[in-house]
Design a protein. Sequence first.
Length: 141
Amino acid sequence: METLFYITKLERYHSVLRTMSSEFMEDQKYSDEEDLAEKLDSFKNKYAEFDLNDQGDIDMMGLKRMMEKLGVPKTHLEMKKMISEVTGGSSDTINYRDFVKMMLGKRSAVLKLVMMFEDKANSPACKPDGPPPKRDITSLP
């Protein structure tokens, strides 16, 4: 029964994020953004991954986990500064709207740069699969 409640709560949470994403799709400000639907879906998944309590906000612990997972651990003070930069100093947590505005915005927030770097590092072109190709003596320098 508890599992069913959790699944329903999680579905509701993702439904709210989808609704907010659709607001960005309808906003004229972002109409010229390439692959907006795909980007919003990616942002939704990233956001949900680090919203540890599924309350709709990334708090200090969620941001700490995100930075550690990205391999760029930050101090408490650095994380407070990042949150303040994203929210404009109005909150101690990052809500989904602020997160999407940061990712779609022209300003280069530190968090945006780190997340974009992670996406590039995880792209398949960067990581070859399988063993290296065989080489002979003539191909060596």
